[in-house]
Ligand binder design. Structure first.
Ligand code: GCO
Ligand code: MG
Length: 403
């Protein structure tokens, strides 16, 4: 059995900040786990270095479930994004080690491939509907079967999901939070025409997705869902903030537009009611923020019993280590729906060489033992951590609002 001899936290910023855990064993085999929590990176780095890694030394790296339970129950303080990202990093690294010891890609340890490949969605966005459609047509020509469409809102200077660079969208955009101005009324008027024009230009054979980024009330979300029904969206994401899971009942009563939520969830308890009452169609929790492969599989099994499919978060603030882990998970779970795929910058890709591939809208984790992802530590050491925050949002009268 491989005994854990060291565990170190690597903070690097190749294009953006990432926190990576590297666990080494006495057999010379090591594993990697992503621990990046966008805008709060150093909190997780400290949680790991100060409170977790000393407890790992000397343990049997094969005892993934036992170590998970030790970190979850043993902390006394359960759940929350910082704790669960730290646990996720350990869990992911241990699956990587187990795969390498077995000489098998992680998806084989999870039951093997349940499909040939993983359908991903790309992000098309633009300041205007025309620009968004132009970008979506490029994704379609590259073979994407699913495309998220976000457009600037007439009358608002800036909004979520519309980037300065149309190819790469970076959520954390400044060393102090930038302020944006929001109007729900203006936004609600802008989305139906976007979908109408998108269907005209792209046809009906491509899945179209949209992210409301936690900005609506239930009745507003119900209205948007109804308005979009004629255009058959694949999903409407984060329609309302989900602290109060019962909010989704009202949306459900009014619309058949499929609902997705959960990128900020850290545990099955955050989505228990949503899943049990079948208030959503897709659960967006992912490996790094929801307790690793072990806990995400628990969420997926529970979701499967209630006809809810997976749709893992995959923005650029989730490192290639998380992307690789998510792809092994996606390939193996029975109730896979779709995987988000925002391309990393060339700097990020160079620091994290990986085996996963993209081909005509489908991805595959590759067949290297373990996760199939590395960190080039010499290169990583050249990129120092740079403080970076997500933006904040205010209503037009100055009231603090949701980002
Ligand atoms: C998505 C997300 C992201 C988040 C970002 C926060 O759907 O990909 O909403 O854009 O805002 O990951 O760190
Ligand atoms: Mg989102």
């Amino acid at each position: 059995m491989p005994i854990i001899t060291s565990a170190k936290v690597i903070v690097t910023s190749p294009g953006r900040n990432f926190v990576t855990l590297k666990i080494e064993t006495d057999e010379g085999i090591y594993g990697l786990g992503d621990a990046t929590l966008n805008g709060r990176e150093l909190a997780v780095a400290s949680y790991l270095t100060d409170h977790v890694t000393p407890c790992l030394i000397g343990r049997d790296a094969h005892r993934i479930e036992d170590i998970w339970q030790f970190l979850y129950k043993g902390a006394y303080w359960r759940r929350g994004p910082v704790t669960m990202s730290a646990i996720a990093a350990v869990d992911t690294a241990l699956w990587d080690i187990k795969g390498k010891v077995a000489g098998l890609p992680v998806y084989q340890l999870l039951g093997g491939a349940a499909r040939e490949g993983v359908m991903v969605y790309g992000h098309a966005n633009g300041a205007t509907i025309e620009e968004t459609i132009e970008a979506a047509l490029i994704y379609q020509s590259e073979g994407y079967k699913a495309i998220r469409i976000q457009s600037g809102v007439p009358g608002l200077a800036s909004t979520y999901g519309v980037s300065k660079d149309r190819y790469f969208y970076e959520p954390a955009d400044a060393d102090l939070p930038t302020e944006n101005v929001w109007s729900t009324e203006k936004y609600l008027r802008s989305v139906p025409p976007l979908f109408e024009k998108a269907r005209e230009a792209l046809g009906w054979d491509v899945h179209l997705l949209h992210d409301a980024h936690h900005r609506l009330t239930p009745i507003e979300a119900a209205r948007l869902g109804k308005d979009l029904e004629p255009f058959r969206p694949f999903w409407l994401e984060d329609a309302v903030p989900a602290e109060n899971q019962a909010n989704f009942r009202l949306i459900r009563q009014h619309t058949t537009t499929p609902l997705a939520v959960g990128e900020i969830f850290s545990s099955v308890w955050d989505c228990k009611q949503l899943i049990e009452e079948q208030l959503i169609d897709y659960i967006r929790a992912t490996v790094v923020h929801a307790g690793g492969i072990t806990h995400l599989r628990r969420i997926a099994s529970f979701a499967d019993m209630h006809n809810v499919r997976t749709g893992c978060h995959g923005a650029t603030d989730l490192s290639p280590v998380c992307m690789a882990a998510a792809l092994h998970f996606d390939l193996s779970v029975p109730n896979f729906g779709v995987q988000e795929y925002m391309r990393h910058t060339p700097e990020t890709d160079a620091a994290f060489p990986h085996a996963y591939t993209f081909d005509r809208g489908m991805m595959h984790p590759g067949d290297k033992p373990g996760l199939g992802v590395e960190i080039d530590e010499d290169l990583a050491a050249k990129y120092e951590y740079k403080r970076a925050f997500l933006p904040v949002n205010r209503l037009e009268d100055g009231t603090m609002f949701n980002w």
